[in-house]
Design a protein around this ligand. Structure first.
Ligand SMILES: [Zn+2]
Length: 140
């Protein structure tokens, strides 16, 4: 495990299934059993139909870039990594996840394509937390 000098998320009971999956390299997603829609981020109430009946499913870990931005300024440990690219990912299962995008050149944003296929990957940053990133795998 490399030195990780950025804020480490604090899992809570509502997001714990995501973090448990992340430690095993699996993307776990909350899905409403009333309307069957996946939503991101984890919530107690479905944002689409307001049901409290939420289950967790294993996602494919694949999606496509919805949009992205090159970050030239950042705080804390992230400042050391500028420029880097953040993106919204359209999950194959529905809804969107914000991420730091890997496998792209922030100095050549014209080479990054909305709609490019991406895959999730996880990086262990503490004994309890692995953080997700997404990487372009096709069409970037
Ligand atoms: Zn719902």
């Amino acid at each position: 495990m490399a030195e990780y000098n950025k804020p480490i998320p604090q899992p809570d009971p509502h997001s714990q299934p995501f973090w448990d999956g992340a430690k095993e390299g699996k993307l776990m997603l909350p899905r409403c059993t009333t309307c069957n829609r996946v939503h991101w981020y984890p919530r107690l109430i479905c944002p689409f139909c307001h049901s409290r009946d939420i289950e967790w499913i294993q996602g494919s870990g694949e999606g496509r870039i919805h949009t992205f931005a090159v970050q030239h300024r950042a705080f804390g440990g992230w400042a050391d990594e500028t420029p880097f690219v953040t993106a919204y990912i359209d999950l194959n299962e529905g809804d969107r996840m914000m991420t730091v995008l890997r496998g792209v050149d922030p100095n050549k944003p014209e080479t990054i394509k909305c709609g490019a296929k991406v895959r999730i990957e996880f990086e262990k940053v503490s004994d309890d937390v692995s953080i997700s990133f997404w990487r372009v795998v096709e069409g970037g």
